[in-house]
Structures are given as structure tokens and as C-alpha cells.
Write a new protein. Structure first.
Ligand SMILES: Cc1cc2nc3c(=O)[nH]c(=O)nc-3n(C[C@H](O)[C@H](O)[C@H](O)COP(=O)(O)O)c2cc1C
Length: 181
């Protein structure tokens, strides 16, 4: 199974690798695949038993390679089941980490008329020292208005790994069912 991810700062890659590790522990071979480096063909996607995507947000939008991936998926005649995760900082707030409660994930699903078998929003990582001047300024402003940390030395990984584990467990269930187990 491929765990496709779109990442700039590495948190979605880390989440995809974590999911792959949890699946491997259950005897399901899974490989994280960077959509920016190695996007699949439509044929390959169509042949998958389960399509898994972990897509991060930057300035209100999923990364372009993530959006292209979703467009390809929605163009399939008989799409396989989809497991979709959005990674963003809004999801650090309780209630904003679900398909209904997370504005980015909700929109992605609605705009593309997706019917994911599993969908979750995972909180990402805040890493001010890593950001350039303008990005740092913009994120500090967003944190100011959403009640988050504004100290420019702050580094916080908000990802709740138990939620990622639960997501991986659902994938294992679905892929077991697909195999007729
Ligand atoms: C330049 C920039 C813009 C961002 N814009 C948003 C945003 O609009 N909404 C949000 O919830 N999080 C936003 N984030 C937070 C990222 O989604 C979060 O840091 C995530 O972990 C990034 O994933 P990645 O490490 O896989 O690239 C932004 C982060 C950066 C660096």
C-alpha cells in the first residue's frame, strides 16, 4: 500500500511514515510516497485497493501536488476507497480535527465531491525558527488571532500520535475487509 503525502516542512511526511510503520506492525506492507517527487499515474491509483493521502495546508490551501492528486482521484471511473488526512495547525483545537469540524478538510471533501471511507485532520507542527521572515510574521499573526503561541522561538509538535494510530488502525481494518478477511 502507498501512503501518499504532500509536505513542505516534513510533518506530513512524518505522519505518513508513522502510518506506514503502524501498518507494517500489523503485517501490511506500506510505503510513504512524496507526491511532489513521485506522483502516481491514474492507472496506478485506480488499481490500488485503498488510496491513502496525507496532505498539508499552507496559507489556507492544500499543497498544489495534493490538490492535483485529489483531482486525479476524482477523475477515476471506479475509484478505490479513499482515506484522507489533512495536516494543519487549525486542527490543534478540539472539534477542529474532524472531517466536519476542520474547515480545510470539509472544503476539500465538498469541492471534490469525495466520499472518503476515513477522514481526519491532524494537528501539524509549529516551528518559528524554521520559517523565513514573512512566513514567521504571517503565522505569528494567525497565532495571535487564534490564541496560539507568538514567541518566535517556539517549536511545538501538536500532532496527537494516538489519533494517527487510530487512523492507521482503520486503514488496517479496511484493507483486511478488501482482501475478504
Ligand atoms: C507558510 C505557512 C503557512 C501556513 N498556513 C496555515 C493555514 O493557513 N492554516 C493552518 O491551519 N495551518 C497553516 N500552517 C501550518 C501548517 O499546516 C503546519 O505547520 C503543518 O505541520 C505543515 O505540514 P508539513 O510540515 O507537512 O509541510 C502554515 C504553515 C506555514 C509554514
Amino acid at each position: 500500500m502507498q501512503i501518499y503525502y504532500a509536505s513542505r516542512d516534513g510533518q506530513s511526511r512524518k505522519i505518513a511514515a508513522h502510518i506506514a510503520g503502524r501498518l507494517a506492525a500489523r503485517g501490511i506492507a506500506a510505503t510513504p510516497v512524496d507526491l511532489a517527487a513521485d506522483p502516481p499515474s491514474a492507472e496506478k491509483l485506480a488499481a490500488a485497493k485503498l488510496v491513502v493521502a496525507v496532505l498539508s495546508i499552507r496559507y489556507g490551501k492544500h499543497l498544489p501536488e495534493g490538490l492535483q492528486f485529489v483531482e486525479m482521484f476524482r477523475s477515476l471511473d471506479r475509484p478505490p476507497p479513499l482515506a484522507l488526512a489533512s495536516v494543519n495547525l487549525t486542527a490543534r483545537k478540539p472539534g477542529k480535527d474532524t472531517a466536519e469540524g476542520n474547515v480545510y478538510l470539509r472544503k476539500l471533501i465538498a469541492v471534490n465531491e469525495l466520499k472518503p471511507a476515513v477522514a481526519a485532520a491532524f494537528a501539524g507542527r509549529l516551528d518559528y525558527p524554521r520559517y523565513g521572515f514573512l512566513d514567521k510574521l504571517a503565522i505569528r499573526f494567525i497565532m495571535l488571532i487564534t490564541g496560539g503561541p507568538t514567541d518566535p522561538s517556539t517549536v511545538v509538535e501538536y500532532t496527537q500520535w494516538d489519533r494517527v494510530d487510530a487512523f492507521a488502525a482503520k486503514l488496517a481494518e479496511i484493507s483486511g475487509a478488501e482482501k475478504g478477511e
